[in-house]
Structure formats: structure tokens, C-alpha cells
Design a protein around this ligand. Structure first.
Ligand code: PLP
Length: 346
């Protein structure tokens, strides 16, 4: 096989959801965010596994993702759409029974005119200045909106991965001021907010990254393993160079494995000369530049030539690899492309 294999552990995914669910009170619903192809793991498979574990509400970023998800999950779960009700979305929202999280006056007007009586949620901006109604806008339309019976009123935290950041309490206060006393279900927290404790939980929480084994959920089980097949192995002599730009040269005789994975598979070029792959428990340095489809690895110290090397595995988590690339686990996961063979466990 000439492509890398993405092993996706659906048991770990379900366990992570259960573990996050256990962090909030029993009356708090734990939804699941499956946008961006369920953070690269495959939205249909991941969402079906989560549905079996008891997830009743899913969230996606765009209506198009919601359509595919509805086809995978059938009629029962609620599917919320963070980008709300955009021009051109009306038929998909109606046909696929999606719940747009309306985020502006214009969207609210559009939704009420195009689909009166159709379920919706409201997004409030509590300081992140990204999506949602500002406090003064909310004041102006709150009464009309509440009469229409929103399914959920939500906001999003900007700094939840930093528990001591004053922005967390500031946004909590703002959210309370905007929603206290209203007869509606409320949601403020993604993975980071769940870990901030019960004040942040309200009626529903919306974890994404923690389900897929990423920080800030430190107790997460790993969900993803990347296994890269070795295509060729060669001996190089002292002084020979490897890869584009001759950025690595052998100090002594070396054995170099060429594996099938590259930046087209979301393995960032920034880890060139700065990561390891694993043969079982044994680390093997990535050498030279990451190219589009190939990576070169020093396997001189291995007693036998391996058939494959692991890039993400229990010895090197998504977040550790991300750190080498100067990014975050979210970006690594969502960059994993279409070329992998995705193999599901559980
Ligand atoms: C992506 C997203 C989430 C999930 O966030 P994680 O940090 O991955 O848990 C929740 N809510 C909103 C509005 C989002 O955009």
C-alpha cells in the first residue's frame, strides 16, 4: 500500500465523550462538535459512533457539513450550524432539519422571514468579537426572539485554554448579564470551558478537540494513530545529502528510509529536520525536508528495516507533533488530507 494509514479509535472517541460528559452535572447535555470532517477523523463514522454512545446534539460550522451529517445520522439528532443562516442556505436548512445558530440581525431577519417556526439558536458575542449579536443588538431584538422560542442561546470563550486568564470570568459575567432570567437553554463552553468548572456549563456543553484526543483535555485518550509505510531504504555514505535543498548530510554511513506521507497529507513542512517517527518504541529522526508526498527518516540504528513507521502514536501525541511544527493539535488534525486510508477500530 502506498498511502499512510490513519487509525481512528472509535472506542477512545466514545470514552473521551463519556469522560467529558462526566465532568458536568447530569442535567447538563454534552453535545459533540464534528465540524471540519470531525477534526479530520471522518464525520460520518465519528458522529455515528458518538450517536451510539448517546450524543443527541451535534454541531458543524457550515450548512453543507450539516447536510452530509444529516444523511449519515438520520432524522433524530439535532444538528446545529455555527455559521447560522446564510443567503442560499434556506432550502438546505428546511429540507435537512438543521438548526442555524443565528449570529446577526440580518440573519435573524432572514430566518424569521424565510422559515417562520423553524428551529433556531442564537449566538451572542461576549467579547471575542468574532460571531454573534453584541449586547446592544441583543437588547433590541431579545423580546421578539424570545417569543419565537430559540432552542439555545450560546456564546464562545476566547481564552478557555488558559484557566487563569481574566477574560474567562469577564465573558462569563457578560453572558450572564445578557441571558439571566430568560427562559431558554444556554451554552457557553467548548472543551476548554468544560474544564473551567460548573459555573461555565449552563445547560449544554460543546466539546470538539477533547473528543479527538487533543489538548486542553489532558486526560483524553489518543484517538488517532498515523502509520506511514516505508517505500524504499538506501545506504548513504558520509557527506552525502538527503532531500530538497540538501538540508541534511550524513556524518557517517547511514541508512535512510523513505516513507509515504508529506505536506500534502497535512504533515507540515515546518517539522523538517525537527521530529521523530517511531518503530514500535524506538524513535527515528526525521531528516531533511518534508516534501509533498515523502519524508526521509534515519533508521541506521534499527536492527531490522521496518515496514512502516508511526508519526502520531502514544509516544508522540498530536499536540507534541504540533509543538514541533509551531502550531496546535487542532491544526494538525484538521489538516490531515483525503489521501489517508482511514481505518476504524471499534
Ligand atoms: C469549534 C467550536 C467548538 C469546539 O471547540 P473545541 O475547542 O474544539 O472543543 C465549540 N463551539 C464553537 C462555537 C466552535 O466554533
Amino acid at each position: 500500500m502506498g498511502t499512510s494509514v490513519l487509525h481512528i479509535d472509535l472506542n477512545a472517541l466514545r470514552d473521551n465523550w463519556r469522560a467529558l460528559d462526566a465532568l458536568s452535572a447530569p442535567n447538563v447535555e454534552t453535545a459533540a462538535v464534528v465540524k471540519a470532517n470531525a477534526y479530520g477523523t471522518g464525520a460520518a463514522k465519528a458522529a455515528r459512533a458518538l450517536q451510539k454512545a448517546g450524543v443527541k446534539t451535534f454541531f458543524v460550522a457550515a450548512v453543507e457539513e450539516g447536510v452530509a451529517l444529516r444523511e449519515a445520522l438520520g432524522p433524530s439528532p439535532e444538528i446545529g450550524v455555527f455559521s447560522g443562516h446564510m443567503a442560499g442556505d434556506t432550502d438546505m436548512i428546511a429540507d435537512m432539519q438543521l438548526t442555524p445558530m443565528l449570529n446577526s440581525l440580518a440573519q435573524t431577519t432572514r430566518h424569521f422571514e424565510a422559515l417562520p417556526g423553524h428551529p433556531f439558536g442564537i449566538q451572542l458575542d461576549t467579547g471575542m468579537n468574532r460571531l454573534g449579536l453584541e449586547p446592544n443588538e441583543w437588547d433590541a431584538i431579545k423580546e421578539i426572539v424570545m417569543q419565537a422560542g430559540p432552542r439555545l442561546v450560546m456564546s464562545h470563550l476566547a481564552c478557555a485554554d488558559e484557566p487563569d486568564h481574566p477574560m474567562n470570568a469577564q465573558q462569563l459575567t457578560c453572558f450572564r448579564e445578557m441571558t439571566d432570567g430568560l427562559n431558554v437553554r444556554r451554552a457557553l463552553s467548548a472543551t476548554g470551558g468544560i474544564l473551567l468548572g460548573p459555573d461555565y456549563h449552563f445547560d449544554l456543553v460543546r466539546p470538539g478537540i477533547g473528543l479527538y484526543g487533543g489538548l486542553p483535555f489532558e486526560d483524553a485518550q489518543p484517538v488517532v494513530r498515523i502509520e506511514c509505510p516505508v517505500i524504499q531504504v538506501r545506504e548513504v555514505a558520509a557527506g552525502e545529502t538527503v532531500g530538497y535543498g540538501n538540508t541534511w548530510s550524513a556524518e557517517g554511513p547511514a541508512r535512510i528510509a523513505t516513507i509515504s506521507a508529506g505536506y500534502a497529507d497535512g504533515i507540515m513542512r515546518a517539522i523538517s529536520n525537527n521530529a521523530v517517527l517511531f518503530d514500535g518504541d524506538t524513535p527515528c529522526p526525521l531528516i531533511g525536508r518534508v516534501s509533498m508526498d515523502l519524508i526521509t527518516v534515519d533508521v541506521t540504528h534499527l536492527p531490522q528495516t521496518p515496514h512502516a513507521l508511526d508519526l502520531i502514536c502514544p509516544h508522540q501525541t498530536v499536540d507534541e507533533l504540533a509543538q514541533n511544527a509551531g502550531t496546535i493539535g487542532y491544526e494538525i488534525l484538521t489538516s490531515l488530507g483525503e489521501r489517508y486510508t482511514r481505518r476504524y477500530i471499534g
